[in-house]
Ligand binder design. Sequence first.
Ligand code: NGQ
Ligand code: ZN
Length: 470
Amino acid sequence: MNQIFAADVLLPTGWARDVLIAWDGAGRITAVTPGAQRPEGAAIAPGPVVPGMPNLHSHAFQRAFAGLTEYRGESQDSFWSWRNLMYRFAARITPESLEAIATWLYVEMLEAGYTSVCEFHYVHHDQDGRPYADDATLSLALLRAAQRAGIGITLLPVLYQTSGFGAKPPRADQARFIRSTDNMLSLLERLAPAAQAQAAVLGLAPHSLRAVPPDSLAAAVQGLTALNPRAPIHIHIAEQTQEVEDCIAWSGQRPVQWLLEHAPVDERWCLVHATHMTQQEYQDAARTGAVAGICPTTEANLGDGIFDMPLWLQHGGRWGVGSDSHACVNAAEELLMLEYGQRLSLRQRNVLASASQAEVATAMTLQAVQGGAQASGRTVGGPAGLACLAGLAVGQQADMVALDAQHVALAGLPGPSMLSSHVFGSHRTSAIDSLWVGGVQRVAAGRHALHDTAAQAFVAARSTTIAAAD
Ligand code: NGQ
Ligand code: ZN
């Protein structure tokens, strides 16, 4: 029998006591019963149970140089100087190193509270820029890594064609990223059986308005929709002021404004970063139902700017979090960074508490789980017209995290305070005890079964890649 009993559980509607959660062989939740008696022999969670966090934005290969770009190389470093360093690293990635890096990254994610990942994957070709004999080689390496680690994956192959607005030809160091629109659609068809075999979701990521000309964007979205009308579409947008200025020079419009006028943006879309918007853009973008993909620690690391969460929420905007460049791999820390950015810019406290949830960590977790599930295309549709609730609800995947109520950070506290202490207490060791993806336990006593072997392979892959880049 697949079931677990917990004294405190965070349901989509808030905290509940003495909850029995049951799921079926396919990993879907079949019953959530608050105020239950613990059935004879049912497993008992070691602490409060919260929904697993979807990680809505990842470039897996970037994990291997996290921490290695933190020195000043120009009189004033920027996102763009970081990107040059990142490209040097991207140039050296091999199928073997990518798989090793991604496997360890996904193990880390699971240990850090993420149950699924949206992989925004753009290094497609061999080091000389030519397609691999099997053109899907690097995409398949990512799918295998996710399967081995046991994390849910939404694979978003990236369309990348130009180096700037106005169809500027790609740079030499972007050659590994380039695909025609037809070639991208063939790749998606080619990947469908492998994705289906491991219940992965396939979507598409036009990299940015800088990298995809208007006719390609339209054709790609149309082609994807023909393959699957519900497939997710993610795009980097308005992350840096330079992009906003270049877009205005090219079109007379700001990036988000341009996108909303020229693409069928709706609930399938995830607007990654969307840092630089006018009040009107916040309102118009929020109303489409698209998810804002906020990557707080990467946005801080790269000096992007601060997203205006209160304004977004005022217009009913949906959002989730991503670890993007993986300077940090920890769901709780992304929430902390996001709330702290708001506090620093507004000079207020508890900014992201909601009308129904005064506890900030609770409010943020519920919203980020809901938005993240939508962006990853993993929510199960409810009856027509009914907003469907992601998280620990009947019909959803049993993606769950159990905190360790004996951890010194949590011991003796009420359930909601335990989550708050986990997110805002900043402890030296993690208070996550167990994690399940689709009802399968992947983390026990804070560790994934592959922890040591995957870490070793990662360290070796990182050393080889750094040596190759010298
Ligand atoms: C990326 N990363 O594709 O990895 C980008 C940088 C770009 C972030 N935006 C490259 N965080 O935007 O051109
Ligand atoms: Zn990104």
